[in-house]
Design a binder for this molecule. Sequence first.
Ligand code: AMP
Ligand code: ZN
Ligand code: FE
Ligand code: FE
Length: 291
Amino acid sequence: MSGGRHYAGFVARIDPHTHSAASDGTESPTALMRAAAAAGLDVLGLTDHDTWQGWEEAAAAVADTGVALLRGAELSTISHGISVHLLSYLHDPTDEELLAEATAARESRVHRAQRMVTNIARDFELTWHDVMAQATDAVTVGRPHIADALVARGHVADRAAAFAEILHPHGPYYVPYYAPDTARAIRLVRAAGGVPAMAHPRASARGRVVSQQVIADLVTAGLAGLEVYHRDHPPEAVAQLEDLARELGVFVTGASDYHGAGKPNRLGEHLTSPEVLEQIIVQGRLGLVEP
Ligand code: AMP
Ligand code: ZN
Ligand code: FE
Ligand code: FE
């Protein structure tokens, strides 16, 4: 499964951060792998929020699609009160401490979503049943499922409008959820043989972002890379992150953060170099699942 093929040295198209319907993407892992093949990708990273339950189905689609699978997750974490999405690659899926934290975040997400629905129902017709109807395959529930329920009810046109008008963190309906401290999560990922990289560190439209000093401290804790090329980063943030990554000696990635029909992000709109993929593979406990 690992190391058979070398991605450095030829122009491979690698998109290492995407979501399936196991979290808040709209496509099954199989459909996602087919979409990756149609988009001309050589390697797809499946990084559902707080779960890796989609790995098995995605891996089963590798042979058919010819797309190699990079197994990952996007872990919810919090640093100094600020939400940090931590990508973990190639960790042991049975690691008990990592499973416990992902499970705790998922369970807290359910209570949080229920409380948000209660809040929203003061002003809009909306039930928990509506949300569950939009999350039938979801191991991890998120605001996008509430958004889809709001769309189905006709309150808003699409997910983007739901976030802009109802679900944003500064609005009257927002409820936070439990997530582990980022530095602790980085240590747990490393202990599980995973490779931790910070997702969209400068996606400031979604909420507060951590300082350069905090990122430096997280590198000391074991952070291996920064996701630099991402549609939520303005050009000046990309330049700043490139400099920071060089200073700190960590790798840089780029990715689509594709969510299927739920967001405008297109597969392959940002890519990661084969050399960086090799670094992830060298550091990770697992290998790629290759055709
Ligand atoms: P949650 O994980 O429940 O806090 O919800 C955050 C998720 O919602 C992230 O995965 C984002 O991809 C998604 N999201 C954030 N803003 C938007 C938006 N404007 N349109 C669609 N999805 C969004
Ligand atoms: Zn998402
Ligand atoms: Fe994210
Ligand atoms: Fe994501």
